[in-house]
Design a binder for this molecule. Sequence first.
Ligand SMILES: Nc1ncnc2c1ncn2[C@@H]1O[C@H](COP(=O)(O)OP(=O)(O)OP(=O)(O)O)[C@@H](O)[C@H]1O
Ligand SMILES: Cc1ncsc1CCO
Ligand SMILES: [Mg+2]
Length: 280
Amino acid sequence: MAGSQLSSELPPLDALLKRLREEKPLVQCITNFVSMDIMANTLLAIGASPAMVHCAEEAADFQKIASALLVNVGTLSPQWVAGMEAAIGAANKLKKPWVLDPVAAGATPFRTETIVKLAKMRPCVIRGNASEIMALAGAAGATRGVDSTAESEEALALGKQLSLDLGAVVAISGKDDYVINGNSMLKVSNGHPMLQRITASGCAVTALIAAFASLAPNDLHMATAYALGIFGVAAEIAVKKGGEAGPASLRTHLIDTLYTFTEAEMESYNVSICITEPEQ
Ligand SMILES: Nc1ncnc2c1ncn2[C@@H]1O[C@H](COP(=O)(O)OP(=O)(O)OP(=O)(O)O)[C@@H](O)[C@H]1O
Ligand SMILES: Cc1ncsc1CCO
Ligand SMILES: [Mg+2]
């Protein structure tokens, strides 16, 4: 996709991070068994408040006290889908932002059909890796499992189409993250390759997006890029603080770095804006 660089137009970061720590948004997470620990610890470390509440009997009621909803289909079952739909219905009714993580879209018919159904229920942001975004957009054979088999650039055209079709911000994570809002796109180039060797690091950053989305419901595009930027910069710092020893060390130092994270540490935030060609 053609694009022009307009990075000087980016607003400052401080308001969102400061407000997150003051307001401690309560994020209801309906997520997979693998990600629960790292997701809850990521939200707590940055200063938000996680609650893993998924059963159909209480998922909708919990939205009344939550600031945002995260729906992740990683370890799917029909009972969980009922909880997801109940919570999403409540979030939409109460005008709370909800974010979808389409884990392993395309892997099986049940999974793909469920994700497509949820994606039509008006998520404000969808964050997945390139394979997942391409599969959700209808590309055949795009996915092998939870890990991407493609570079994020390969999913740009389908990600843009998905954003226009669903009216949602679509974030494609990878070496570079692309955050697409219709014809406008932000590129975030922070992070570290070892993040791919920590299970559920993508799940965790999607929950971070939900937390920031609750603070900036009218600027979801920027809030999504901030969340990805903070997570990526924190990973770079964590590597230097001892995380280079391996994925387990990086995981620990990443959570520690999010806890102490300051705006000054965002000096390496590497983001740019591209205005992509309008659809013909
Ligand atoms: N090669 C890379 N270099 C730098 N950062 C990366 C790289 N690959 C992924 N990341 C970062 O890792 C985080 C997770 O993205 P990723 O695309 O691996 O998610 P995912 O495949 O959904 O992960 P999971 O399913 O394990 O949760 C993002 O913040 C992303 O920017
Ligand atoms: C490994 C794994 N399996 C289902 S969800 C999940 C976490 C990474 O997406
Ligand atoms: Mg994932």
